[in-house]
Ligand binder design. Structure first.
Ligand SMILES: *[C@@H]1O[C@H](CO)[C@@H](O)[C@H](O)[C@H]1NC(C)=O
Ligand SMILES: *[C@@H]1O[C@H](CO)[C@@H](O)[C@H](O)[C@H]1NC(C)=O
Ligand SMILES: *[C@@H]1O[C@H](CO)[C@@H](O)[C@H](O)[C@H]1NC(C)=O
Ligand SMILES: CC(=O)N[C@H]1CO[C@H](CO)[C@@H](O)[C@@H]1O
Length: 798
């Protein structure tokens, strides 16, 4: 075998690729040549290489043979000794992955038979590209695969060998995978977690490249399918849901709909909703639809109770991944609360003299709604002297706007109306009762401007003359009227001794009998005073007119009554008939008819001689005086007034028919007893002295009483002071103005300070009392008669 030759020519072959004959000392030759030479290509000249004569080759029947029955790869050109490629020689097919591909051929020569071994070294050329088994590599990777996971890929094949075989793999650039090639294991390594939801299919181009020149490559598509894992929790489309819901919304009103999506597939992506940690209260108000995420109202929602709700909702997928969102439901206010009025304070009653602007009450208004719905306006009805003044916040002061007058309106019903500004507005009202307290602001007012009373004289003391009435519209004691007389004097007489007024009823009584002849009318002032503090009063004039009664007998002034003086009239003897002889002069204290006097001769010595003028009282002769007429003529003349019944007086007229008084010796017969007259004078003087003494005594007593602090109340401030202590028990107290302060009867029956004295002082008030001068002119008999009269009038009580 030509092993040595091969080794010798090995270097040559590597340097000069083309055919080189390998000489062998013993006639072996080897050739090295690339595969895939065209048929007929000259491999080498074997004749030359073996030192044979080319011309003789044919003769020697040179031929190429192969060992055994193997294929013959080359032929010999007998004409020139070239060795030609008998057919295409594919190294890859003949030798596969063998590192050297050697074909053994033999050259056979005859004449002489010679056998030469020919070794053919077939060299590889890069005639094959790397090739993958399939066009596409399908890989399924679960998205939950961890980083670094490896996935084996099939390797690429290249029929060539050595550096013409697959040298490098390259992976299309991507961010998920890298390639790992270790000892022919080509692996896909996960470099970053997959997310099916981002990219479900990934296609990558894998290229295998050989090291030939030029390089050849083959590719395959790696199809990565990312399988789902429940790696996605549901995701709400809002982190916070805000909704507003009017309060009092009907049941089943949708408040808000939450929505979450889950990127996963199938059961991994099925989202259900629920509340998360919800209070029991809220649970009664809201429900959530598990599938739809619709939050509905199932209870009553009241803004005033809960103005807003904050709920957490949970969205969960089939395998339990959950996420959460917040739901804020703001209630919107509806004007469903009417304002409420609270009366915080009230000054009632309020005095009627409260000045305008006085605060009488404080009102507070509250509305549970909010915003405009709680803006409240307050008002009271018109035409009241009150108004509401807004104060701090929702407080109002109720103040007066005008003068109050309890006598006009004593109670007010103030209706306070509060209205809010909602739409529609709600309102409520409250009525406040306010009463007005009385103030003594009205004086009593008499019903008439003045009063007139008519009373006949000699009236009974105590009889009522008239009554006055005054009204006072004030309340209780402020309107209680008390009547009294205004102190004063009438002709020097205190009015209290004339009249008294019943303090309660206003009935005016006569205190004593009036004497028309003393005064015909008088005026008093009656005061009506209320009981307020301070009291108010007014007064009215009461005119008392006294009407005359025939209580006075005619009084004969001339001739003077018998006993005081003795008078005679001289009638001249020569008097003719009709001549005026004398005149009876009489007066009557009464008036009118009661004082219209008529004169009559009751009795005469000679009835035919004298007449008297019926109304003139003139005594005239009826005829001429004759000698036969008696010298002394007495006439008893009666003087009558015209009252009903009439009163009369008589007198005796002594007439002497004579021309000379001296001629009347019988005059002594008719003259009164001188001593008797003197006795009468003494009697008068004595009486006057006693009276004077008595009066003085009384005045002294009075003075003493006044000096002692006037302690005992005086019954009258008039002429007589009587300590009330001495009054009988049922005698009423009489104040200084003569007012009887009770309904007790008042008795004019009065005594002096000493009860032991029986002297009835009534005469002081008796109508028979005359002025002192008149008294002086009275005869003792008159006086005693007067006393008798008074004794005889016991009906002084009334
Ligand atoms: C005031 O209102 C009350 C009840 O509303 C009623 O009884 C009373 O008579 C009213 N008074 C006046 C003066 O209107
Ligand atoms: C009477 O008026 C006075 C104020 O002048 C008042 O203080 C008093 O309360 C009133 N009396 C009554 C009963 O109203
Ligand atoms: C009586 O009334 C008049 C007015 O009516 C008044 O001027 C006078 O002062 C009053 N007198 C008394 C004492 O009250
Ligand atoms: C069969 C064959 O190739 N014959 C060739 C041998 O060589 C001569 C001359 O060099 C050629 O002319 C022939 O064609």
């Amino acid at each position: 075998m030509g092993n040595k030759g091969i080794s010798v020519t090995g270097l040559v072959c590597s340097v000069v690729f083309f055919i080189l004959p390998l000489h062998s000392a013993y006639g072996d030759v080897s050739y090295s040549f690339p595969e895939e030479m065209k048929r007929g290509s000259v491999i080498g000249n074997i004749a030359k290489d073996l030192g044979l004569e080319a011309s003789r080759l044919s003769a020697r029947k040179a031929r190429i043979d192969s060992e055994g029955n193997r294929k013959r790869y080359c032929d010999i050109n007998l004409s020139n000794g070239d060795l030609n490629a008998a057919e295409r020689i594919d190294r890859d097919g003949l030798c596969g992955k063998k590192a050297s591909c050697v074909l053994n051929q033999e050259l056979i020569l005859e004449n002489p038979l010679e056998l030469h071994r020919i070794t053919l070294h077939v060299q590889d050329i890069n005639d094959n590209s790397p090739q993958f088994n399939d066009d596409m590599i399908d890989i399924e990777i679960r998205e939950s695969a961890e980083k670094g996971s490896r996935f084996l890929l099939g390797e690429a094949h290249d029929a060539d060998i050595g550096k013409n075989s697959v040298q490098i793999y390259t992976l299309e650039k991507n961010d998920k995978f890298v390639l790992s090639v270790e000892s022919n294991n080509v692996e896909l390594v996960l470099d970053e977690k997959l997310d099916r939801e981002v990219k479900q299919d990934i296609k990558l181009l894998l290229t295998a490249m050989d090291g030939g020149s030029p390089k050849r490559s083959g590719t395959v598509v790696i199809h990565v399918t990312v399988l789902d894992a429940n790696d996605n929790a549901p995701v709400f489309n809002q982190a916070v849901y805000k909704a507003s819901l009017p309060e009092n919304s009907a049941l089943d009103t949708v408040a808000v709909t939450v929505s979450a999506t889950d990127a996963d597939e199938g059961v991994n992506g099925e989202v259900t909703y629920d509340f998360d940690h919800i209070s029991d209260d809220d649970k009664k108000i809201f429900s959530i639809d598990r599938k739809g995420g619709i939050i509905k109202v199932i209870g009553s929602v009241d803004f005033e109770e809960v103005p807003s709700f904050e709920l957490r909702v949970k969205a969960k997928d089939g395998l339990g991944l959950a996420s959460y969102a917040k739901v804020i439901i703001e209630m919107t206010d509806v004007n469903d609360n009417a304002p409420v009025i609270y009366l915080k304070s009230l000054t009632s009653p309020i005095p009627e003299n409260a000045s305008p602007g006085t605060e009488v009450g404080i009102i507070n208004v509250q509305d549970r709604d909010s915003e405009n719905n709680r803006q409240v306006r307050c008002s009271i009805q018109q035409n009241l002297p009150f108004k509401l003044v807004p104060s701090i916040k929702n407080y109002y002061s109720l103040v007066t706007t005008g003068e109050l007058d309890r006598e006009l309106v004593s109670d007010y019903n103030i209706t306070i109306t509060a209205t809010d500004e909602g739409s529609p507005p709600l309102s409520s009202s409250k009525s406040v009762q306010l009463s007005v307290a009385d103030v003594n602001d009205n004086p009593p007012v008499f019903e008439e401007q003045s009063y007139k009373a008519h009373v006949t004289e000699t009236n009974r003391p105590g009889s009522s003359l008239c009554s006055v009435t005054a009204r006072d519209p004030d309340w209780r004691q402020n309107g209680t009227v008390i009547y009294s007389l205004l102190p004063g004097e009438v002709n020097g007489v205190p009015v209290s001794s004339l009249l008294s007024v019943n303090g309660d009823t206003g009935v005016i009584h006569a205190v004593r009998s009036f004497d028309y002849e003393q005064f015909r009318s008088f005026k008093v002032h009656v005061v009506a005073r209320d009981n307020g503090s301070p009291p108010l009063s007014s007064n009215v004039t009461v005119s008392v007119f006294i009407t005359d009664v025939n209580d006075n007998s005619p009084q004969i002034l001339y001739p003077a009554p018998e006993g005081i003086s003795f008078m005679t009239e001289l009638v001249p003897k020569a008097a003719h008939g009709g001549s005026l002889v004398s005149k009876v002069i009489a007066v009557d204290a009464d008036s009118g008819q009661n004082a219209w006097l008529s004169y009559h001769i009751l009795k005469s010595t000679d009835p035919g001689l004298f007449t008297i003028g019926l109304h003139s009282g003139e005594i005239r002769t009826q005829r001429d005086i004759s000698e036969s007429d008696s010298m002394k003529q007495n006439l008893i003349v009666s003087v009558k007034d015209n009252g009903q019944p009439s009163l009369s007086a008589t007198c005796t007229m002594y007439l002497v028919i004579s021309d000379n008084l001296a001629e009347v010796p019988e005059l002594k017969d008719v003259s009164y007893d001188e001593s008797n007259s003197k006795l009468t004078s003494y009697l008068i003087i004595a009486l006057v002295s006693v009276s004077t003494f008595f009066l003085t005594f009384i005045i002294v007593i009075l003075a003493v009483r006044f000096c002692r602090r006037r302690k005992p109340r005086l019954l009258f401030d008039g002429a007589v002071a009587i300590p009330s202590a001495y009054l009988p028990p049922n005698y009423a107290e009489v104040d200084g103005t003569g007012t009887v302060r009770s309904t007790y009867n008042y008795d004019a029956y009065l005594t002096t300070g000493s009860r032991t004295s029986d002297f009835k002082f009534l005469t002081s008030y008796n109508e028979n009392t005359l002025p002192a001068d008149q008294t002086m002119r009275k005869t003792p008999t008159d006086f005693s008669e007067d006393l008798d009269d008074s004794e005889g009038s016991p009906e002084v009580g009334f």
